[in-house]
Write a protein that binds this ligand. Structure first.
Ligand SMILES: NC(=O)c1ccc[n+]([C@@H]2O[C@H](COP(=O)([O-])OP(=O)(O)OC[C@H]3O[C@@H](n4cnc5c(N)ncnc54)[C@H](OP(=O)(O)O)[C@@H]3O)[C@@H](O)[C@H]2O)c1
Length: 212
C-alpha cells in the first residue's frame, strides 16, 4: 500500500561547492533578491515548512511569508525537528506570526499557537511524522534544511522534488553542505537524482531535481 505522506519539496541555497553556510554553521545570505522572492512564493503554496533544530539555533529564521512577495499571504505551519526540546523560548518561530509544531522524542503539550508532539524514540521518526502531518491536512511540505535534515529526507526516500539555488560563490573548507548526515559509504548507497529543469535567476541559477 502506498504510504500516506505530503508532497515533499526540499529547497536550499548553495555555493558552487555545495555549501549552505559558512564554516561553524555561521549564517550566510546565499540567495539573491529574485531567489528570496521565489522562496516566499513557494512557501505561500505550501501547507508547512520544516527545519531541524540546528537551523533554528544557527539562523533563528522566522519561516514566514512576507506580504510584499505574494498577492495573498497564507502562512504555512512551521515545523521544527527537535528531539530533546532544545528550542529557545525566544526563537523567532515561537512568536505568534504562524502556528508552530515542534517534534520531539520526549514531550507532548500545547501552549497557545505552539504545539509540541512526540514522534519516535531516539531521533524523530520521519516516516511516521509524514503520516501524522498528512492526517492533519498537510499535503505539501517544504523542507528548508539544514544539511542533516535534507540527508535524512533523501535517505528515507521521502523527497518528491529538490530545488537548489546555486549562487556563484565558493566557500570551501568544512562548511555544512546541501546534504550532510551519515552520507553514502559506497557507490551502492549513492542517492541518485535527475535534473528536471535549470533556470537562470539573476546572478545564480535554480536547478530542480527529482529522485531517479
Ligand atoms: N542555505 C540554506 O538554504 C540553508 C537552509 C537551512 C539551513 N542552512 C544551514 O544549515 C546548517 C544547519 O544544518 P545542520 O545539519 O547542522 O542541522 P539541521 O539539519 O538544521 O538540524 C539537525 C538536527 O535536527 C534534529 N533532528 C531530530 N530528528 C531528526 C531527523 N529524523 N533527521 C534529521 N535531524 C533530526 C537533530 O537534533 P536533536 O537530536 O537535538 O533533535 C539534528 O541534529 C546551518 O548552518 C544553517 O545555516 C542553510
Amino acid at each position: 500500500m502506498k504510504m500516506k505522506k505530503p508532497y515533499v519539496v526540499v529547497n536550499c541555497a548553495s555555493s558552487i561547492d555545495g555549501k549552505i553556510a559558512l564554516p561553524g554553521k555561521k549564517p550566510l545570505k546565499i540567495s539573491n533578491e529574485e531567489d528570496v522572492a521565489r522562496v516566499h512564493k513557494l512557501r505561500n503554496e505550501c501547507d508547512a515548512i520544516l527545519v531541524g533544530i540546528e537551523t533554528i539555533l544557527a539562523d533563528n529564521p522566522k519561516l514566514t511569508v512576507k506580504a510584499k512577495y505574494v498577492d495573498k499571504v497564507r502562512q504555512p505551519i512551521r515545523i521544527v525537528l527537535d528531539s530533546e526540546l532544545r528550542i529557545p523560548e525566544d526563537a523567532e518561530v515561537m512568536k505568534p506570526n504562524a502556528k508552530t509544531i515542534i517534534v520531539t522524542t520526549c514531550k507532548e503539550f500545547k501552549k497557545g499557537h505552539v504545539e509540541v508532539i512526540k514522534c519516535g524514540n531516539d531521533k524523530v521518526d520521519l516516516k511516521r511524522l509524514m503520516e501524522i502531518l498528512y492526517d492533519r491536512g498537510i499535503k505539501k511540505l517544504l523542507v528548508e534544511g539544514g544539511s542533516t535534515v535534507i540527508w535524512e529526507f533523501l535517505e528515507n526516500k521521502l523527497v518528491d522534488e529538490m530545488m537548489v539555488f546555486y549562487s556563484p560563490i565558493i566557500i570551501g573548507n568544512n562548511a555544512p553542505t546541501i546534504a550532510g548526515g551519515e552520507g553514502a559509504k559506497s557507490e551502492e548507497e549513492l542517492i541518485k537524482m535527475e535534473i528536471k529543469s535549470i533556470e537562470r535567476i539573476g546572478n545564480g541559477c535554480l536547478v530542480k531535481f527529482i529522485p531517479k
